[in-house]
Design a protein around this ligand. Sequence first.
Ligand code: SF4
Length: 363
Amino acid sequence: MQLLTKPNIDKLSSKRISKEEALDIYKNADLFELGEWANNIRKKHHPDTKPVTFIIDRNINYTNVCDAACRFCAFAFWPGDKRGYINSYETIYEKTKELVDLGGTQLLLQGGHNPELKIEYYIDLFQRLKKDFPGVTLHALSPSEIDHICRVSALDTQTVLKRLIEAGLNSIPGGGAEILVDRVRNIISPLKIKSDRWLNVMEEAHRAGLKTTATMMYGHVETLEERIEHMDRIRQLQDKTGGFTAFISWTFQKENNPLGREIEKSATSLEYLKTLALSRIYLDNIVNFQSSWVTQGIQIGQVALTFGANDMGGTMLEENVVSAAGTLCKTTIKEIIHAIHSTGKDAAQRDTQYKVLKVISCK
Ligand code: SF4
């Protein structure tokens, strides 16, 4: 029988860790030592540990029509399905106005790969939004949507990015990364872009001057080695461009999707905390890490702040669940501030680039 030896954290923490070391740490390190190590790295990036940041944002899904058919998606409908929609500008305007009225600064615009929408739709949408709401940051279109626009508009990536930036695009969310290993992508989202293309769009975006985030959705069919490979590919690109502002990871949600019916067990909270801490340690070149309180619940979301996270993310309101004007939004903002305050920290409202706009003291 092989005896497990605990990794030597004192020795490992003085250097950048390798993929093999990351695997060993994940399997054998003590949970609380791992958390402390991740938290020390957080302190290096954020010496003032008192504020925990959050952003007031709103998520608008401009269309639910999509020809990617990802097996974990509970949102999209195939082109031609009667349940498909494209939001009118009037609808998007009203939702954005509610965001602005609540002091929000970021509009997260994401949608399906709708074959009807060519680049002109996005240019028109961004120009109108910027004219009506010049102060709102357009954090929009994940790499797979950018790739889709390139294909349906028969344009290259650089041209698409250039034209979208001219129209008002400010930054790109890291959605659609899932796990950047093609074996995994071929199982969970076979029609969506492969790993190299996701990274290529991000690299082009960084070179065009945009900042973006990086994400990871895990706890489905990937192995631990593949989870670490994902982190490694993000770390390599960040070394090259420095364009990622944050790393955001969450566990796969089993409800209402075909993949969920095949997965026996969801990732546990323990697995979440270990993965968060490991990603903070591995991705030594990324400054901000979000706590995934939306998928983990508010309590684990608070604990995550001692496992390397420094940010509570956004109010991220899914439009489909917001019924009366802004009601849920107000509740969510209060909930986030209360959750931060109850850990003894100050709640700091930030913008998309993590610049603090306002501090709400916990005293
Ligand atoms: S690309 Fe996005 S919207 Fe389309 S099926 Fe996949 S997850 Fe759903």
